[in-house]
Design a protein around this ligand. Structure first.
Ligand code: PBG
Length: 331
């Protein structure tokens, strides 16, 4: 019998100092992006029942949120608007007075270049039917008619002062349509983040509360089937060919295989969105005493990094950045 194992993989795990030295992947505040909900017509921040710890903010409170995020050193904020009134074509999305466009300007002024201001580019918060696009006369989401609206929405967001536009509607051709509309209007520097592999996911449930979605039905004719990995790669490849500056995989946790494959193949930065349901699962499980909340948060985020995300949208962005600044071990 040979007395000793040839490989002692435990050696590098001997002490906390060893483990800190040999960790292969890190989180850093600059790689985190905070999604922020801004609601029209409220005076005080409102809690979102399905997402404990996350609030809808009044426009007046947004500058403070941005300032705290900037002081925490995160890379950006992603703004979502919750309008007071909705209509069939999502007029609030293209109007300069729409809540999201006003929020972009407030955030840009508060940020003063300390972080990037990003905006969701999609119609679902602004339409009374809750779909991500406009409908044809048979009630189906009309791809090409929607592209024209996205182009106008993009120009409004760029004029308001957004640095990055998050194209989350999953219409075919949306990246090239938006790029052309922006270039024609002279906004050649606005960065396009394509939600390339966005799956039709049950994990968006709490978000629909957060934006008070009116959707009756589902998004399966435009978002990806959870069974399809290769098609996620094809979406990313298509968006890069259309001119996307960044591609994203969403949700993150249930799609780490897709994320890893996109990250291997992508010539552009790859981001991941840890969505509302991923957030809510941990918060509710921790509140029930089932899980160590802080370690679970760290583990999911470092897992998303390990799979290949260059940056991560997460509702814990500021909290995690603050933990990192204190030198805490996240896992
Ligand atoms: C579309 C959009 C959605 C999310 C981000 N952008 C909702 C959807 O597609 O149904 C979900 C984000 C989350 O669940 O945290 N505007």
């Amino acid at each position: 019998m040979t007395a000793f194992p040839d490989r002692r993989l435990r050696r590098l795990r001997t002490t906390a100092a060893h483990r800190r030295l040999f960790a292969e992947h890190d989180l850093t505040p600059r790689r985190l992006i905070l999604p922020v909900f801004v609601k029209e017509g409220i005076a005080q921040a409102q809690p979102i029942a399905s997402m404990p710890g996350v609030e809808q903010h009044p426009l007046d409170g947004l500058a403070d949120v941005v300032d705290e995020a900037a002081r925490a050193g995160i890379g950006g904020i992603m703004l979502f608007g919750v309008p007071a009134v909705r209509d069939a074509v999502g007029s609030g999305a293209t109007s300069p007075d729409g809540i999201l466009n006003r929020a972009i300007t407030v955030a840009r002024d508060a940020a003063q270049g300390r972080l990037t201001v990003q905006a969701d580019l999609c119609l679902d918060e602004f339409t009374d039917h809750g779909h991500c696009g406009v409908l044809d006369d048979r009630g189906r989401v009309d791809n090409d008619a929607t592209l024209a609206v996205y182009g106008r929405m993009a120009v409004a967001q760029a004029r308001a002062g957004a640095d990055v536009l998050g194209l989350s509607g999953m219409m075919d051709g949306q990246v090239v349509a938006v790029r052309h509309a922006l270039d024609e209007a002279g906004h050649t520097d606005v960065v396009l983040l394509a939600y390339a592999a966005k799956y039709a996911s049950a994990f968006y449930g709490p978000f629909r509360d957060a934006v008070e979605s009116t959707l009756d039905g589902d998004r399966r004719t435009y978002q990806l089937d959870p069974a399809n990995g290769r098609e996620g790669l094809r979406e990313a490849d298509t968006d890069v060919a259309e001119g996307a500056d960044i591609v994203m995989v969403k949700p993150a946790g249930p799609y780490l295989d897709v994320l890893a494959r996109v990250a291997d193949a992508s010539p552009v930065p790859v981001w991941a969105y840890q969505v509302s349901g991923e957030y809510a699962l941990i918060e509710h499980a921790a509140a029930a005493g089932l899980i160590d909340r802080d370690r679970a948060i760290g583990e999911t985020l470092v897992g998303i990094r390990r799979a290949g995300a260059d940056a991560i949208l997460t509702y814990w962005a500021v909290e995690v950045a603050q933990r990192l600044a204190r030198g805490e071990d996240l896992t």
